[in-house]
Design a protein around this ligand. Structure first.
Ligand SMILES: NC(=O)c1ccc[n+]([C@@H]2O[C@H](COP(=O)([O-])OP(=O)(O)OC[C@H]3O[C@@H](n4cnc5c(N)ncnc54)[C@H](O)[C@@H]3O)[C@@H](O)[C@H]2O)c1
Length: 271
């Protein structure tokens, strides 16, 4: 080890209890949380006791039904419209966490776009938009959040939603796959750089999930049946399949896990 590393942050003040995955007293930002996987994670976090900044994209309405549900269950959340790829919007997300809840403990970089196009048709505009949303946004939002965590002495959690296509190419989605490859390196590098300060950085790799990102399967039962068949467990994933992992990685019992990617894919990576 080089001699100029800071001393270890040491074990958590509270020894972990394997039976408890509580996020009480913690504040999370979940990006792209108005629908799909992000929405399920945001709801699960409030149910685990966290206060949540629910980010919705500029083209998405305020997820009022989600806010109402969380409030009815006694949870705490605030919705913030922001484009994760823009610095000023990233600043507003962090400011919302600090203004409303006074702290930031957890960042979930979930927002992403597919930018589907065959390699020969990809334009520079598509490249820029996908990279800005899927890679540059997570990078600089993580930087902002990590700086605040370090300032406050928080044992923080950064969780990136990557994809099996970070390492397995997908026809017609070259830019998306390349952005997720970058996200994989982002996870590992940040984990390394922030390990001594007690901030963990991990990624979750969904397989094939029934969300807007898989519109064809959502709209066409035959396509869905086909997609179900591809998955070793015999069905596409639902956002709820992933939330226990997201809660665990955000919680107090994952202190010794960093730089890991956890596949929640029904075995899809095996075929
Ligand atoms: N669905 C799958 O099969 C699958 C597979 C592998 C990985 N993933 C990953 O899981 C994550 C969630 O995807 P999903 O399946 O819920 O898809 P989704 O399209 O339903 O959700 C993506 C969310 O990101 C938001 N978003 C897009 N651009 C944004 C921006 N610039 N600023 C803020 N928000 C923005 C969208 O509005 C949407 O709410 C993504 O990172 C995706 O790459 C999904």
């Amino acid at each position: 080890m080089p001699p100029d590393l800071p001393p270890s942050a040491g074990p958590p003040a509270q020894p972990s209890d394997p039976a408890v995955h509580s996020l009480r007293g913690r504040c999370a930002i979940v990006t792209g949380a108005s629908r799909g996987i992000g929405r399920a994670i945001a709801l699960a976090y409030t149910r685990a006791g966290a206060q949540v900044v629910i980010n919705h994209a500029p083209d998405q309405a305020v997820p009022q039904d989600l806010l109402d549900l969380i409030a009815a269950e006694g949870g705490q959340a605030v919705a913030v419209q922001a484009d994760v790829g823009r610095s000023a919007d990233q600043e507003r997300l962090l400011a919302a966490a600090l203004t409303h809840f006074g702290r930031i403990d957890i960042l979930v970089n979930n927002a992403a776009i597919k930018g589907k196009a065959s390699f020969l048709e990809v334009t520079e505009a598509t490249w820029d938009e996908v990279m800005r949303t899927n890679l540059q946004g997570p990078y600089f939002l993580a930087q902002r959040v990590a700086r605040e965590m370090l300032r406050a002495g928080t044992r923080g959690r950064i969780i990136n939603l990557s994809s099996l296509h970070e390492s397995k190419p997908l026809r017609g989605s070259s830019v998306y796959s390349i952005s997720k490859s970058g996200l994989a390196m982002l996870t590992m590098t940040l984990a390394l750089e922030l390990a001594r300060q007690g901030i963990t950085v991990n990624s979750i790799l969904p397989g094939s999930y029934l969300t807007q990102m898989n519109l064809l399967a959502l709209n066409d039962p035959a396509r869905k049946a086909d997609a179900d068949n591809w998955v070793p467990v015999g069905r596409m994933g639902l956002p709820e399949d992933l939330v226990a992992t997201a809660v665990f990685l955000a919680g107090p019992n994952s202190d010794y896990i960093t730089g890991s990617c956890i596949r929640v894919d029904g075995g899809l990576s095996l075929v």
